[in-house]
Write a protein that binds this ligand. Structure first.
Ligand code: DGY
Length: 419
């Protein structure tokens, strides 16, 4: 067996091993439930060897949709005391016990990619999922846009990049008084040096308690929450997914009213994340308009969204020289860089995949090939970790991680390139 086919086999085994019957957990122990964007990326991985299973992943994710259109960031299908905060803390109000926030909208793009694998077989299920995607995106447009059209997160977990330095200033302004005693479970699974600090966690939990008190009413949350960041991940992924939903609507002969105008609105929102001082896309404080001053791996998702800029490509060339295994989640020459602490430096393979696919679509073929080769080497040498130290590639966070396996199968493996 070649090394490549052995790695393909290992990746498939990880997805099958993390399958809990129709949905996939990110990794056993640390994340024992269905996470929104993890699950969507898993579907893309499953589609390389089991298209029906890819569809059941996406169907199960969207089965947790709330009446108001929101698709939660965690679906608590079966109780698991090894995770905190669980359903009793969140008090989600959907059909399945859930968290109360969403996550970046990548599912619409994955529905398109899975559909493209086998359009005939996928027509019925894609038609069923289409109105659910429309309703979810509508919810973003109604409740998460700031005055400039960028998509905001109301919790660091909603943006998916929990502890990026982009949130630091807003997090410092939160006084987590009354958060009470709680026991973290994550640091029982993974070395605390690779996880967010207690300072961050107190604020994460305080924000969850605030949302639960407001029964997750989006208008009340917008009025009361001290956390609201216009976020590159949320904005770029929704913009791209909206383009893909339009593509699906046309392919499936479904009603697409309003989508073109909404795409134009989101393009303006994406533009508003351009920090002219850095000459990079950046997080922006939705209250006072100030930029965070950070170049993150989300900055490079601009190509995935179809709004890449030459100045961003210059940063890309520089950062790929600064580290052995890009893309670092925060610039290595910045004051907050920490090569092993979650979103403050480590490299995430699935972000590389989205950025790399976007680079290729924009015609930046050399840049795209470099990212794919680097990610291929990173996983081949260090395994299917949650994330990696960009300086030496050493694995960090959870092991046998679903979206790293999916990224391997769908994009980083030589077999993906040949497909
Ligand atoms: C966690 O528990 O660390 C997750 O990132 C929340 O989504």
């Amino acid at each position: 067996m070649t090394i490549q086919s052995d790695l393909d086999r290992q990746a498939r085994d990880i997805l099958r091993g993390n399958d809990r019957g129709g949905y996939t957990v990110p990794t056993a122990g640390l994340y024992p439930y269905q996470w929104n964007w993890d699950s969507a990326i898993c579907a893309f991985g499953f589609a390389t060897f089991d298209v029906p299973r890819a569809w059941s992943e996406l169907e199960s994710l969207l089965s947790g949709q709330w009446d108001n259109g929101m698709v939660p960031h965690i679906l608590f299908h079966k109780p698991d005391p090894g995770y905190f905060p669980g359903p009793d803390v969140w008090q989600g109000i959907g059909p399945i016990p859930s968290s109360g926030i969403t996550q970046p909208a990548v599912a619409g793009s994955m529905v398109r990619l899975v559909y493209e694998r086998d359009p005939d077989a996928g027509r019925e299920v894609a038609t069923r999922l289409y109105p659910k995607l429309r309703a979810w995106h509508r919810w973003f447009l109604d409740w998460r846009l700031d005055s400039r059209g960028a998509v905001c997160s109301t919790h660091p977990w909603e943006a998916g990049r929990d502890n990026t330095p982009e949130w630091d200033r807003q997090m410092e302004r939160i006084n987590p008084e009354g958060v009470g005693e709680y026991t973290r479970r994550d640091t029982g699974h993974v070395d605390p040096s690779m996880r967010p600090t207690k300072f961050d966690y107190d604020r994460y939990i305080w924000l969850v308690q605030l949302g639960a008190r407001l029964q997750w009413d989006p208008a009340a949350l917008n009025a009361a929450s001290p956390f609201r960041m216009a976020d590159p991940t949320m904005t770029f992924l929704l913009l791209r997914a909206h383009r893909d939903v339009l593509w699906l609507g046309e392919a499936l002969d479904l009603e697409t009213d309003g989508l073109t105008d909404e795409i134009a609105q989101l393009e303006k929102g994406a533009d508003s994340l351009w920090n002219p001082v850095l000459a990079s896309f950046d997080g922006r404080d939705a209250f006072d308009g100030s930029f965070a001053g950070c170049i993150s791996n989300a900055s490079y998702l601009c190509w995935w969204a179809g709004v890449g800029r030459p100045e961003q490509a210059k940063h890309y060339a520089k950062v790929m020289e600064q580290v052995q295994y890009g893309l670092p989640s925060y610039q290595p020459d910045g004051p907050h860089f920490d090569s092993r602490r979650y979103w403050r430096g480590p490299t995430w393979a699935f972000i590389n995949m989205l950025a790399g696919m976007g680079l290729a679509e924009a015609g930046l073929t050399k840049e795209a090939a470099l990212l794919r080769e680097t990610t291929r080497a990173l996983i081949a040498e260090n395994g299917f970790a949650e994330y990696f130290d960009p300086l030496d590639g050493s694995p960090a966070g959870g092991k046998s991680f679903s979206w790293t396996a999916a990224t391997w199968l769908a994009w980083a493996s030589p077999s993906a390139e040949e497909a």
